[in-house]
Design a protein around this ligand. Sequence first.
Ligand SMILES: [Zn+2]
Length: 291
Amino acid sequence: MECVGVGLHSGAPVHLRILPATAGSGIVFRRVDLDGFEVEAVGRNVARVSYATSLMKKGVLISTTEHLLSAFIGTGIDNAIVELDNLELPILDGSARPFVELLHQAGIRRQRRPRTYLRIRRELELREGNKFIAVYPADAYSVSYTINFPHPLIGKETFSLRMQNGNYLDEIAPARTFGSREDERAMRDMGLIRGASRENCIVLTRKGIENPPLRFDDEFVRHKVLDLIGDLALLGKQILGSVVADRAGHAMHTALVSRLLRDRTLWEETTVDEDAATVPLPVHALARQLA
Ligand SMILES: [Zn+2]
């Protein structure tokens, strides 16, 4: 399964191909332009985080990983190889929907081995000024996000999602990234959004948006949920826990990942007997991989 696009921040053209991988291997990025150098999508490889989440291993960069990683969690895919021939993933339409469609085209099959979940045992709360992120014990994976953005179309928005029955696909995957016309010049001067266009992000003007319609009235906060799910994918496992974020961003999302990975008393690994379950299963019922 392949697609072609440009990186949002670098503007670099990139081909991306997604291949099946064996159970237990997780998500691995492979730079085919650098002799197939591999960078695992795990917390220890998190590099530089400001406007997007990037991975780095031995100087090799994989930039803007969050939308594709979010699609993997949302479709319940645990193992895959992602080949790319440049340093940044394609932005496509600014959401996770094209990635989800790509994964569905590839075909998804159930793995023999049961999935290992990361079950939160103790709460962890991080604060930074008025930004907040936390995770609490729970039997399923849920995310609740609040943003407060001074714009007539946004203001204070909260969105909560309990991941089940593929609801990610309809409620989160289509939500696009956004940026304001006012910040654009400064960001372009810093070389941050060389690939941005009206086709790949919602462009905010002072009073409205330049490229209507919105896909949801609250598309902005839904996109933050999408980003958060993608960043937390760097834990390397589906989560059993409740995540709450308020005005956080990539840096706080990945700080939560690092803190969790450093402190083994906060969580345990567990499996769920998916065949015997009589209640709705957490997250996605089956550990899955590409066919
Ligand atoms: Zn995003």
